[in-house]
Write a protein that binds this ligand. Structure first.
Ligand SMILES: [Zn+2]
Length: 271
């Protein structure tokens, strides 16, 4: 069954003038293996119940994602990059793991409104040199190195700190108190302008593993876009929440599949 859908999607992509892609929580890497890993398990345990537990967890997740990127998800992104090669596309992703930026996809055509690990910020609203975000790669490299060498002891970890108030920095993502939206808003403006340009054009919409988390960012507006653009083709791929609303019947296709596996097997399906 999945093969048939893959063939149809390939065809529609070829015909489309624009391709809109939504990526949801089924693309999120699992952090559960950290609990079974001696190094992370001890640090997670020692952070539990602390006032700054969530910030320490951000540091550990950043370390885990950098040192052990999920190869299964990366392979799916690489396949997506091949499918979209040469197309006029835009991707909206709910991800905060930033794996999508290591996939060969064009970062200028991706918006991640939930933030991620590419920038840091102060939770108190400080600006450093008029900038709300800290984009210094060295700060992040030093944090990684410090965690590498801490031997499971938080006291050995050098926290990156705000240049204004000297409080430890958080990553610029939605779980951060005082989340700074400056990290994604410029790209969001690009996205809305791009989307306006797709009106009355052949638009292929791929919604991959989105579900009902933050439905106002992808799920509902994508349905609306497909509804108002008579030339739109809409594909919703999800392992459980693949249903389409009644008014999109005929223009939309439900694919009941894990979107990561669905993408990874595109090559096989096409042979
Ligand atoms: Zn500060």
């Amino acid at each position: 069954m999945a093969d048939l859908f893959q063939e149809t999607i390939k065809q529609r992509l070829q015909e489309a003038q624009f391709v809109l892609v939504g990526i949801g929580s089924e693309f999120a890497p699992s952090f559960a293996p950290m609990e079974r890993d001696g190094f992370y398990a001890k640090l997670l345990e020692d952070a539990r119940g602390r006032e700054d537990e969530e910030r320490r967890n951000q540091y550990l997740r950043f370390h885990y994602l950098t040192r052990r990127p999920d190869q299964r998800i990366l392979a799916a992104y690489h396949e997506l990059a091949e499918l979209l090669d040469g197309k006029n596309y835009f991707i909206v992703s709910l991800g905060t793991d930033d794996l999508i930026y290591a996939s060969g996809l064009d970062a200028a055509r991706i918006v991640t409104p939930c933030g991620g690990f590419r920038a840091m910020q102060c939770s108190r609203g400080c600006h450093t040199d008029q900038e709300p975000l800290v984009m210094d790669e060295n700060v992040q490299k030093e944090l990684l190195a410090s965690l590498d060498e801490c031997a499971g002891d938080w006291d050995q970890v050098d926290f990156p700190v705000c240049a204004e108030c000297v409080e430890p920095l958080w990553f610029n993502q939605i779980s951060t108190p005082g989340y700074r939206e400056e990290g994604y808003l410029p790209r969001w403006q690009d996205y809305t302008a791009w989307l306006q340009g797709t009106l009355n054009c052949r638009l292929c919409i791929l919604e991959l593993g989105v579900g009902m988390q933050f439905p106002q960012i992808i799920r509902f507006p994508f349905e609306k876009t497909a509804f108002y653009n008579q030339k739109a083709d809409f594909f919703r791929v999800h392992s459980r929440l693949y249903q389409l609303p009644e008014e999109l019947k005929g223009r939309g296709t439900s694919v009941a599949a894990d979107p990561v596996d669905f993408l990874r097997t595109f090559k096989e399906g096409g042979q």
